[in-house]
Design a protein around this ligand. Sequence first.
Ligand code: CP
Ligand code: NVA
Length: 308
Amino acid sequence: MKQKHLLSLKDYSREDIEEVFDLAGRMKADPKAYARALEGKSLAMIFQKPSTRTRVSFEVGMFQLGGTSLYLGANDIQLHRGETIADTARVLSRYVDGIMARVFTHQDILDLAKYGTVPVINGLSDLLHPCQALADYFTLRERRGEIERLKVAYVGDGNNVCHELMIGAVKLGMSFAAACPNGYEPNPLIVKSSARDAQKARTPIPVVTSDPRAAVAGADLVYTDVWASMGQEAEADSRRQAFDGYQVTSELMAVAVQEAVFMHCLPAHRGEEVAADVIDGPQSVVFDEAENRLHTQKALLLLLLGQR
Ligand code: CP
Ligand code: NVA
């Protein structure tokens, strides 16, 4: 792997992503073979926001590879008292072999990579969530084998998860359509740069619409996420109104292809962005996605930390 960090899949080539997928597949099939692969290595995990999946999958992942991890809640370290991200990165780099961080401002991820000397993994920022997209497209590949030319439909908030799925779809040669209410569309800079990347790679240009049925028609994967992300709790009520009509229901799933799967990064709110009978129904693969966070991140950790 020629990459040093995972800040966004935007920096990865299709070959880089496939390298992660191939290794993740081997590690999932035979986890014991990698039990000492990161022996003696440590990962610092900075969390400015809560987490179930990201925290547990990275912590257990490092343990299963023979290494160790440190949970650093924002209030536990001196960041809380005004120490800069730059100094935090420089200091942690003297102790650990990698830094995974979940932050509010994407700039913090960029600064960790700029001022630290060890690999940095983005465990979610306000803008991007690359570890999630890796696990999601690995899960789709497990189901469908070849995923090039499949159609991904995202319904709901044009948020961090939507951005990274769009970027990943372009890299992997899939078509991508997002249906978002007015005012909640994905970041126009990300949409533009994805369109440019798609044009260069001669893969389909991502589409943004306000019509969920148009986005989901013929889709192989239907995806949604919460309407109010972490940090937007105060907007929850107004968002519930703005997203009226954007729930993924079984009627909406019916316009996707017959073998379409439903995904959600979790945590989910049944009755808001998704109907209970969809997320708990036969097309839902949400717990496979959650499990695959572990396998894909173990592969990533080995590729990034193992080569140093
Ligand atoms: N999907 C995801 O990142 O979950 P957590 O917030 O629980 O880590
Ligand atoms: N968009 C959500 C994803 C949580 C995993 C958030 O940022 O809160």
